[in-house]
Design a protein around this ligand. Structure first.
Ligand code: FAD
Length: 426
């Protein structure tokens, strides 16, 4: 078994831009972070004619963007009803539609730049794994079908086994416009498209210092050299590693873990998951899974509420394996070929945040729903950084610090215990 991301292991190599840091002269924008947010911003900034340099601490899409489930789903991370009660119906609708637009933004980029990443609109099946959960899904369906997604479908217990063959299902909600892709190939393809448009990209260039010059300008110190930028955009996801303490008090890095099985026989897939959708369970400690184009079951979840380390990734892989056997008894002895983990950039209300603070621009906090919204926010932030008008529900949204959080999420085991109890009794 390889202790690494299946997506990164099967992605093409990426070559840095020619030349070295520092660039000659001041750049218009320095983008920090080579995940989807930073790559999409660099791409759009270059398209708008800006001189842009992206610096990434590791490799392209080497963190969450290359370690995720490859679900490019519509729908918000928190329940729609809770967003309506927090923000009102009109803003909740705008937020929901923004995620839908984000899936379309990914599709357009893939098409326009011919990125070879198996993008396809497969639909997302939210599975009720207890009888009571189906009643909750039915209530969600009523509100969302009426307000935001007339195409969604509620599938009752009598029909749901045609969708997925597991004893752990009592009905489901189908969001038909959700998509899936190969995250590693998408990330590298996007980086290459940004380079073609004129962005300069440097990997293994960790930002260690930011010094304010005049106005919004900064001197950016990296492990590969220093550059000056008229504006700096932080697209650093869950990272706590950088000179930006303001963000550390607002983002909670939470581990999420994945395994990929050996390729499964086609007849087994046709029986278990004939439509090859994105599948998400209704528990608080959620599981998410799908079939890869080469027929592996890719199965993930927040198996433990902890950071991702090699030891915790392996332990979590063991928990995921047990869950696979419970949900799909025919796969009890399946071989696991890959096991890995990554960090999700959680906010307290599980909604994204973007804007500018003290001359630094930022967009993050996608809370496990980032494959699509990161791409949209890259485009939105490129507009903001270029002085164009923007209309985004996430830009400028209030973002207070999390009380008691100073960078190390000491409270994660408590949160995990709370959700485990909830899952056991509800
Ligand atoms: C296991 C897992 C499964 C997931 N599954 C899904 C899914 O199926 N669907 C979905 O929509 N979302 C999913 N997500 C979330 C999604 O992957 C992320 O929201 C999204 O990729 C975030 O992109 P990003 O560019 O903002 O951040 P990242 O991809 O984390 O990129 C941030 C980059 O910044 C770099 N960086 C950090 N600090 C510095 C520094 N000091 N100097 C230079 N560079 C720095 C990092 O190295 C990193 O590459 C999942 C996440 C994980 C971890």
């Amino acid at each position: 078994m390889k202790p690494e991301s299946y997506w990164l292991d099967t992605a093409p190599a990426f070559a840095d831009s020619p030349g070295a840091l520092p660039d000659d002269g001041r750049v218009d924008v320095c983008v920090v972070g080579g995940g989807y947010t930073g790559l999409a911003a660099a791409y759009w900034l270059a398209r708008h004619g800006a001189k842009v340099t992206l610096v990434e601490a590791g490799g392209i899409a080497s963190e969450a963007s290359g370690r995720n489930g490859g679900h490019c789903n519509n729908g918000l991370s928190p329940g729609y009803a809770s967003v309506v009660s927090a923000f009102g119906a009109e803003r909740a609708r705008a937020m929901y539609h923004d995620f839908e637009a984000a899936v379309t933004a990914v599709e357009s980029l893939v098409r326009e730049e011919s990125i070879d990443c198996d993008f396809g609109r497969c639909g997302k099946l939210k599975m009720a794994v207890k009888p009571g959960h189906y009643d909750t899904l039915a209530r969600y369906y009523e509100a969302m079908h009426r307000d935001v997604d007339p195409g969604m479908e509620l599938i009752g217990p009598e029909r749901v086994r045609q969708e997925i063959d597991t004893p752990e299902i009592f009905g489901a909600l189908l969001q038909k416009t959700s998509a899936q892709l190969h995250p590693g190939r998408f990330g590298v393809g996007l980086a290459q498209a940004a380079q073609r448009r004129g962005a300069r990209i440097f990997t293994n260039a960790r930002v260690t210092g930011l010094d304010r010059l005049d106005g919004y300008a900064h001197r950016v110190t990296t492990t590969r050299g220093t550059l000056e930028a008229a504006r700096v955009f932080l697209a650093t996801g869950a990272s706590q590693d950088g000179p930006w303490p303001w963000l550390r008090r607002r983002i909670v890095p939470v581990g999420s873990f994945m395994v990929a099985t050996e390729p499964l026989p086609k007849d087994v897939i046709a029986r278990l998951m004939p439509h090859r959708r994105n599948y998400v369970t209704s528990r608080e400690i959620v599981n998410y899974f799908r079939i890869t184009p080469d027929d592996r079951l890719l199965f993930g979840g927040r198996a433990r509420f902890a950071m991702s380390t090699p030891k915790i990734d392996l332990e979590s892989g063991g928990i995921l394996r047990t869950t696979i056997a419970r949900m799909f008894p025919t796969l009890a002895d399946v071989r696991i070929d890959y096991c890995w983990g990554g960090l999700v950039d959680m906010t307290r209300d599980r909604l994204p945040r973007a804007g500018e603070r003290d001359g630094l621009y930022y967009s993050m906090g996608y809370s496990g729903h980032g494959v699509q919204i990161a791409i949209r926010m890259g485009e939105v932030m490129a507009d903001l950084l270029s002085g164009r008008p923007v209309a985004s529900p996430w830009v400028g949204l209030e973002w207070p610090a999390i009380p008691g959080h100073f960078g190390k999420p000491w409270f994660l085991p408590l949160v995990g215990a709370y959700y485990r109890v909830k899952d056991a009794i509800e």
